[in-house]
Design a protein around this ligand. Sequence first.
Ligand code: THU
Length: 160
Amino acid sequence: MKKIEIKNTAIVYNDILELPSDDKMLMEKAIEARKNAYAPYSKFNVGAALLLENNKIILGNNQENAAYPSGMCAERVAIWNAGSHYPGVKIKKLAITASSTISKVDKPVGPCGACRQTLSEFEINQKQPFEVLFMGEVGEVIKTESLLSLLPFSFDSAYL
Ligand code: THU
């Protein structure tokens, strides 16, 4: 047997104001998208903004449903929006933000497991990592250099 080390780095910014200007601009788009979330059940509003290599910005937000599992996360709404309008166009960055009408979200909110899985297929297919930035409503912003750094030992089509 052997023990292996999984190494990873992320940058933690104190707040949105500390971000480089292109990242700040994308996060502001995610905030705009978050404001249109349809989350009457969880009251937890999530916004996502993708920057594509053709410089288009694609937005998404969570869309809930009275039949709870029929709802969808912001990140998958955004990535499938990009995939349906710009198939094959590479993703450069993803920004995510979450807020709640119940309490102040002051910690970075990373993408859920199902979103990581879905997003990973896009990163693998484009053979190029994309940065992922995430925050709550206020406070720290985390930036990772790739999606796969958030999903070690991931499952992909190579196993099929
Ligand atoms: N949600 C997202 O939009 N993205 C995530 O990565 C985590 C959760 C949404 C789903 C649901 O509408 C609400 O947040 C509460 O789980």
